[in-house]
Write a protein that binds this ligand. Structure first.
Ligand code: GRF
Length: 216
């Protein structure tokens, strides 16, 4: 049995990316196991899923606490559970610089846009209003600047003329569920190296071809 890296997934809500990571990690050849699901929101749906799967869960309410205080407890909990890698998956809480430094190179996030475009929240509203023809999703290393860390992998999704934030969200989410497990696999396999803002993926080949949208 290979040594599978112990991963914590941090969530605040629905947990569909959590589910994608758990399903990937259920495969015998996956180099990581989901050892802990941690939520700052006691009513996050993703917690029910994790419990049903028999995964250890932790709830650390963030309401009414300082960031330092909250992050210290999260860090302690990760340490207690022997966590080696952290995946943020719809975790709606900004982490302190100290916490982020502690986990440098070992913590990744998924964002539903083609970064560095459309950082922050209400991403798909911004996308539709902006008139861009393509959007997508990105998995990146977490650095102190929000949605600014080195990008590991991206997927591109066309934005149809009649798109709504909801239809774009659904199309992007499908790709999120593909690229997040891929990024975690590479991280756990030790195939990623960071040079400034650039992530090199050992033995990866670039995708080829071009996409043009719209087409007539
Ligand atoms: C996803 O769109 C993710 O990219 C963003 O928050 C959403 C979380 O969805 N960071 P879920 O909880 O994984 O279903």
């Amino acid at each position: 049995m290979m040594d599978r890296k112990a991963v914590a997934v941090l969530i605040s809500g629905r947990g569909s990316n959590l589910r994608a990571l758990v399903e990937a990690a259920d495969q015998l050849d996956f180099p990581a196991r989901i050892a802990l699901v941690l939520s700052n929101n006691p009513t996050a749906e993703g917690l029910d899923y994790a419990q049903a799967k028999g995964i250890t869960t932790a709830v650390i309410p963030s309401k009414g606490r300082t960031r330092e205080d909250f992050d210290a407890e999260v860090n302690e909990t990760l340490r207690t559970h022997g966590i080696e890698l952290v995946c943020l998956a719809g975790f709606m809480r900004i982490l302190t610089e100290g916490f982020v430094q502690t986990w440098t190179g070992r913590m990744i996030n998924i964002h539903p846009s083609l970064l560095p475009a459309f950082k922050g929240v209400k991403v798909h509203e911004q996308v539709v209003a902006s008139g861009v023809r393509f959007t997508g999703c990105s998995v990146h290393f977490v650095t102190p600047g929000m949605d600014e860390g080195p990008i590991i992998i991206q997927a591109v999704v066309p934005v149809p003329i009649d798109a709504t934030p909801e239809t774009v969200a659904a199309a992007v989410l499908e790709q999120e569920h593909r690229i997040y497990p891929t990024a975690l696999r590479w991280l756990a396999e030790g195939r990623l190296s960071i040079e400034g803002q650039v992530v090199r993926v050992k033995d990866a080949t670039a995708a080829s071809g071009v996409m043009i949208s719209p087409s007539v």
